[in-house]
Design a protein around this ligand. Structure first.
Ligand code: 9WN
Length: 442
């Protein structure tokens, strides 16, 4: 694959273009996840976007987080989509049937996404503090006033999704994991049998014309069936376990929550809510241990668990590296670091850039162009690399930084990339890809 039209000359230009992508997708109070494919705000995208924006404009970054928080449900849940007025995304708010369930004036979906927020809020606050002056003040004010809302979000995750004390978060939809059609969910989805489904028309395959880059129609029918099951019980947390045909203990989301609990504990201590910090640290430990406990001694990878059948899901996907996000066990970290450098992952000599793909490139069912079944996702690489760095691994952070910047120099800010050719796939000008470009450059 050869870049036809947009190669970037140097890192200075890469930064300029990344800032232009974010400015171009900015509706004023929200940066949409992508210009055409995703004309709304997504929960975890917004956190990455805010972090990227904070390299440019701290108040605008904080405003992004405030827009997301304004959609928080009374339960504490932060919804996975906050809808703008733009048409053209399916399923839209009507299909979700959240009116009357979500807070008044909030137009949102009824499920959640990985809780990366506290980690990225901490990052923004620390960046702003280092700058000093008005940025520092604005970030401090923001943290002081919003820490209770972030705590409510984590309380909801613990009570609605992990009250069993397993240290593992239940998801009721692949969309909640953010890795929608990863092979990790094939088993659980194979047991979802759509009944009578309201008819629907997809919009995503009109925008990404090569349908092989997106989930199949069969997959979409299951996605919509689960939405219908949840809407039928009005997204009532207590009724979901009895109503939904898909229930998975998501190991990656659990690791994200473990790390975010640590970060929120620091923010709580620093900004007037020290009383809650001990509880947050306890949860951090609970989820950290939960994640560690899933590791398959044979493969060295962390596993999800299908709640409805009790089966482990041990496929070679990027989620298997959840311990790199959360674990403090040096032996486990060393083994996982070695694995991710190895021939199944970044050490595969066929790769265009030595970066981890969403599924091992040696996995027989690899689909190198299809969404979470093989492509390389820049946002994941930055998130994982920043977790490695936080655990002291500057060396790997540096390598992935170099490879990621090389990858992004083709200039499309793709949603995901073909691992062997480096072709940008899915949406172009994807906001979180531009945001992580700015993070790598910072
Ligand atoms: C469904 C916005 C989102 C990301 C997800 C990614 C994709 C949505 C979709 O786009 O999911 O939530 O319509 O395919 O899988 O991680 O947050 O970028």
């Amino acid at each position: 694959w050869q870049n036809p039209d947009r190669p970037v000359a140097d890192l200075g230009e890469l930064g300029d273009r990344a800032r232009a992508v974010l400015a171009g997708n900015d509706l004023g109070t929200m940066v949409t996840a992508a210009p055409d494919l995703y004309p709304h705000m997504w929960s975890w995208d917004a956190a990455f976007v805010a972090s990227g924006l904070s390299t440019v404009d701290v108040p605008r970054a904080l405003a992004e987080m405030s827009s997301l928080l304004a959609a928080q449900w009374h339960s504490g849940m932060i919804p996975h989509i906050v809808f703008s007025d733009a048409p053209g995304y399916f399923p839209g708010v009507d299909r979700w049937r959240t009116a009357g369930v979500s807070p008044e004036g909030v137009s949102s979906s009824g499920i959640c996404q990985p809780p990366v927020h506290a980690t990225l809020v901490r990052r923004i606050v620390e960046r702003a503090a280092a700058r000093g002056g008005q940025d520092a003040q604005a970030a401090e004010d923001f943290a002081r006033s919003t820490v209770p809302q972030w705590i409510r979000w984590h309380e909801w995750l613990r009570s609605a999704r992990a009250a069993d004390g397993s240290g593992l978060v239940t998801v009721y939809h692949g969309w909640e994991s953010g890795m929608d059609n990863s092979p990790r969910f094939d088993g659980p989805y194979s047991r979802v049998h759509p009944g009578e489904l309201e008819p629907f028309q997809r919009t995503d395959t009109r925008i990404v014309e090569d349908a092989s880059q997106r989930p199949s129609d069969e997959e979409y029918a299951r996605y919509l069936w689960l939405v219908q099951q949840m809407a039928d019980v009005r997204f009532d947390d207590a009724r979901l376990p009895g109503a939904v045909d898909f229930q998975v203990k998501d190991v990656f989301m659990s690791a994200v929550l473990a790390a975010a609990n640590e970060d929120l504990a620091v923010l709580a201590e620093d900004y007037g809510h020290g009383g809650e910090a001990a509880q947050l640290r306890e949860w951090a430990a609970e989820f950290r241990e939960g994640v560690d406990s899933t590791v398959d001694p044979e493969t060295g990878l962390a596993r999800d668990r299908d709640v409805l059948t009790g089966e482990w899901i041990g496929l070679p996907t990027i989620a298997g590296f959840a311990p790199l996000v959360s674990s403090t066990d040096p032996l486990l970290r060393a083994r996982q670091s070695e694995l991710i450098d190895g021939p199944d992952w970044t050490g595969d000599p066929r790769l265009a850039f030595p970066l981890p793909a969403s599924t091992s490139t040696r996995y027989p069912e690899l689909r190198p162009r299809q969404y979470w079944r093989g492509p390389v996702w820049p946002v994941m690489n930055w998130y994982l690399a920043s977790a490695l760095r936080r655990h002291g691994d500057e060396e790997r952070y540096g390598r992935w930084r170099e490879a990621s910047l090389d990858q992004l120099m083709e200039g499309h800010f793709g949603e995901y990339y073909e691992p062997f050719t480096g072709e940008p796939l899915g949406s172009w000008d994807q906001s979180w890809t531009a945001a992580v470009a700015l993070e790598w450059l910072d």
